[in-house]
Design a protein around this ligand. Structure first.
Ligand code: BGC
Length: 475
């Protein structure tokens, strides 16, 4: 079932929970800038205070302990550590804050998994072109080395970049995440390319300089839906589902795990569209230089963020000009039998996770996998007795528990420890296992029923975690 050392975790991200956006010398990030612009975020909300974890970290720790987590996934804010993004100036208060968080976790027997980049680029680096500028990779490498040096004696699980696909597409193509660019059909590919270069450089630095002493593992968190053909008998729909997988998971997983380059399906789709639309600029999907660290082999495990699934039909974005949608040429729809809970994009499909895990095993040579995010959202008036979310976690964890596919799953991280700033949706969408009362200055954390349920699941597995043994998740 689950091995004895299985990681039972929950996750958060710096900008979504910390607040303290200007506290103690922190520099501004692109999310500070973006959320302060009118019309970017639901209700013009921002993360200036959020859950105030910068001041209320001990409260978060109580939540972590109440759940009985073995692991906690947090991200560190680049601009809190290095206010202008470079090591020219180090914010010691920021270093002390994360050092204390890490020490406190370890004192409670909870292992930290630390993400270096969760959407919050220092604004100073955005001013130099951000992720679309090639120089960003060296800046990221320096920042990563700084973190390995400062925290790597205690942190053994690292994620370089969270969801490069989301970051590249929503931030540079759709303009609904910071930095809010809408340069269709070009900037997202460039940003994604530089993220891969940055990741590979940081992994190589860890591998050669820090790993011999620190003995940790480094990866990048790749998000993907599970995609399947709308009409299973249709060859066109099958190809469209493959394209969707290639443009989401494959975009980042293929270079790292399979060939050192983008999936052929993706490159040929982009090239064909460029030709069709008579695009004459530089190749939209860049190529990797041989003078830089190779991309292939730069992940010590597969980190998967899974939320939902889609049925796919061929033909999408036609007539929309140069854009990723027309490159993908696929239309995604929801199966009417899948309940949609909370946000409109989140159809609840626990079995999609099993399929994706099996796909990862078969496609990427059976890597060790951590499910680094998975969760269920709530909108409208808060419901502490969140029965649907309880069912969601039970059903999903049962899918992970299935042994017959032989997937090497090492851990599961629920998203999220507590309600927080849900990016463009502000505080209107709640993913927490703890409710946070944002109307009260104390930002009181109250466990949801799903938090209690998750704690029960963890404690049952921790006390009887024998492989092959049937364990009742349901009473
Ligand atoms: C992100 C989280 C976010 C979650 C739910 C993921 O894309 O990594 O920061 O809160 O999805 O939308």
């Amino acid at each position: 079932m689950f091995p004895r050392d299985f990681a039972w975790g929950a996750g958060t991200a710096a900008y979504q929970i910390e607040g303290g956006w200007q506290a103690d010398g922190k520099g501004p990030s692109i999310w500070d800038t973006f959320s302060h612009e009118k019309g970017r975020v639901f209700g013009d909300q921002n993360g200036d205070v959020a859950c105030n974890s910068y001041e209320l970290w001990e409260k978060d720790l109580e939540c972590i302990q109440q759940l009985g987590l073995t692991h906690y996934r947090l991200s560190v804010s680049w601009a809190r550590l290095l206010p202008d993004g470079t090591t020219r100036h180090v914010n010691q208060k920021g270093v002390q804050y994360y050092s204390k968080v890490i020490d406190d976790l370890l004192a409670c027997n909870v292992s930290p998994m630390v993400t270096l980049y969760h959407f919050d680029l220092p604004q100073a680096l955005q001013n130099e072109g951000g992720w679309t500028s090639p120089g960003i990779a060296a800046h990221f490498d320096n920042y990563a080395k700084f973190c390995f040096q400062a925290f790597g004696d205690r942190v053994k699980l690292w994620i370089t970049i969270n969801e490069p696909q989301v970051c590249a597409k929503l931030g540079h193509e759709d303009g609904i995440h910071a930095p809010g660019l809408k340069e269709k059909g070009t900037a997202a590919y460039l940003a994604g390319h530089n993220m891969l270069r940055a990741h590979a450089m940081a992994w190589s630095s860890y591998d050669s300089v820090y790993r011999p002493k620190q003995k940790g593992a480094v990866s990048l968190a790749i998000n993907s839906d599970w995609f399947e053909p709308l009409h299973p008998g249709s060859g066109e729909d099958m190809k469209a589902a493959e394209r969707d997988l290639a443009f989401t998971m494959g975009w980042f997983a293929w270079p790292v795990f399979v060939t050192g380059d983008y999936p052929e399906i993706m490159r040929s789709a982009v090239d064909a569209q460029s030709e069709k639309l008579k695009y004459s600029g530089p190749p939209r999907l860049p190529t990797f230089s041989e003078d830089e660290p190779a991309i292939l082999g730069t992940a010590d495990f597969f980190a998967l963020n899974y939320y939902t699934s889609r049925k796919v039909e061929s033909g999408g974005g036609r007539g929309e000009g140069l854009c990723m949608k027309s490159d993908r040429d696929a239309e995604e729809v929801l199966d009417p039998s899948w309940p949609v809970c909370g946000v409109s994009w989140l159809a609840v499909v626990p079995h999609g996770l099993r399929k994706l895990l099996k796909y990862i095993k078969d496609t990427f040579n059976n890597p060790a996998v951590y499910v680094t995010e998975n969760g269920f959202s709530q909108v409208g008036p808060p419901q502490i007795e969140d029965v649907q979310r309880c069912e969601f976690y039970k059903d999903t964890i049962l899918e992970v528990a299935i042994e017959e596919d032989g997937v090497d799953v090492r851990g599961y991280f629920a998203w999220s420890l507590m309600d927080n700033f849900e990016w463009a949706d502000g505080f209107s969408v709640r993913f927490g296992l703890f409710h946070v009362d944002f109307s009260d200055a104390k930002l009181t954390r109250t466990v949801y029923r799903s938090g209690r349920e998750y704690a029960k699941i963890i404690s049952r597995y921790k006390s009887a975690p024998c492989k092959g043994e049937q364990l009742a998740i349901r009473d």
